[in-house]
Ligand binder design. Structure first.
Ligand code: SF4
Length: 377
């Protein structure tokens, strides 16, 4: 469990043992739901009410986001990693050719993405501070800011000072997946610097202190019981909100996809369960951004865009350098299921009455603000 959560896993399981479908219905009838109602919506008892959850989530999404669906693209800059997470294609002990793109190669990739019309970029790398140093990232971001309004990062945990340097360079968002909130399981699955559970847990708070406007959380679905993980992630988000009200909390929902080395998913999450989870987050975290990547198939992403998800990636390449040179073989972090082009995805969503948005951020929101005044929170 998220360590600051007052509930323990056994409390939740005991509560779920007594929960009825009528309790879930009562939660769905409320205008504003409580944390307990959220727990009800992610419970096994809620699954038969999925149609009612779809209706409610759609109404909430319409109220806060209108018909919009926002696009972003990941840019993988390196697949070097010093960690050895058993479930990941980038893990240190997996023998494969590794690559870190040069500044020029990154700009070439970025030009392809910009050519799709996308204005929101997520910089991603394996976790290796030597391969991708803060200084290198500062240099990269300074150039990319000439092309993109919004840049966020999903790299490795760093201290507040490192995050502040990147914020001042023009990065506005940070994503840091805890993978699992179960500390014992976390210890078994990880080696290398990532084994430090507490260190990873505090990274989003350090990012918020450094000034990032958006802080993204996520668990890797399939590692553990998703009901428990969802409650932990929600508790973490509420804790961050309480302590860092200037930063918005966002959520991602990656399911484990096959990687070389055949990691067997211990707690598989079905598509219907993933939908339940997404709907519950939309109903409880009404105004929060929910992200869904190309790990999921095109039809599912379209349906989720209509009811709950606010951000989707498009035409993603997860092998460094593969936007510019179309390669299918190479070391990627996960298997891409939705291989549609940006234009194909946009037109499918328009047919459903949605409005694809490629730019939802402007440089005037943040560029140039030196954030030394936020050293303490
Ligand atoms: S999950 Fe992240 S830290 Fe772990 S091996 Fe993959 S890239 Fe490295």
């Amino acid at each position: 469990m998220f360590p600051y959560c007052k509930l323990k896993e056994n409390d939740i399981k005991a509560y779920y043992g007594k929960l009825t479908i009528e309790d879930v219905e009562a939660s769905l009838e409320k205008d504003q739901i409580s944390f307990t109602d959220f727990m009800n919506l992610v419970s096994p008892a809620a699954l038969p009410l999925i149609d009612r959850m779809r209706e409610k989530a759609s109404a909430v999404k319409k109220m806060y986001f209108g018909k919009t669906i926002r696009f972003y693209a990941p840019l993988y800059i390196s697949n070097y990693c010093v960690n050895d997470c058993v479930y990941c294609g980038f893990r240190r002990t997996f023998k494969a050719d590794r690559r870190r793109l040069s500044l020029q190669e990154i700009l070439t990739e970025a030009e392809v993405i910009r050519g799709y019309g996308i204005d929101s970029l997520l910089l991603v790398s394996g976790e290796d501070p030597k391969a991708v140093s803060v200084s290198f990232l500062e240099e990269v971001v300074a150039e990319l800011k000439k092309m993109f309004s919004y840049i966020s990062i999903e790299i490795y945990p760093m201290d507040e000072n490192g995050y502040r340097r990147l914020f001042n360079a023009g990065v506005h968002g940070l994503t840091m997946f805890q993978e699992t909130y179960d500390s014992e399981l976390y210890d078994k699955l990880h080696s290398g610097p990532k084994k430090n559970y507490e260190g990873r847990l505090k990274a989003p708070a350090d990012g918020a202190r450094a000034g990032f406007y958006n802080i993204g959380l996520g668990v890797l679905l399939g590692l553990y019981d998703w009901h428990i993980e969802a409650i932990s992630m929600a508790a973490h988000a509420l804790w961050l909100r309480k302590h860092f009200w200037k930063s918005k909390v966002q959520f991602s929902f990656p399911r484990i996809t096959p990687v070389e080395g055949s990691f067997e998913t211990p707690y598989p999450v079905s598509e219907l369960e993933l939908e339940q989870l997404l709907l519950a987050f939309r109903i409880f975290f009404r105004e929060s951004d929910l992200y869904l990547s190309t790990r999921e198939n095109a039809d599912f992403r379209k349906r989720m865009s209509m009811t709950c998800v606010s951000h989707i990636s498009a035409a993603s390449k997860v092998i460094p350098g593969s936007y510019a040179v179309n390669v299918d073989k190479g070391l990627g972090q996960f298997t891409v299921k939705d291989k549609s082009s940006v234009a194909e995805i946009a037109s499918q969503l328009e047919i459903e009455g949605l409005e694809p948005v490629f730019k939802d951020w402007d440089n005037c929101f943040g560029t140039g603000i030196k954030n030394d005044s936020l050293k303490t929170a």
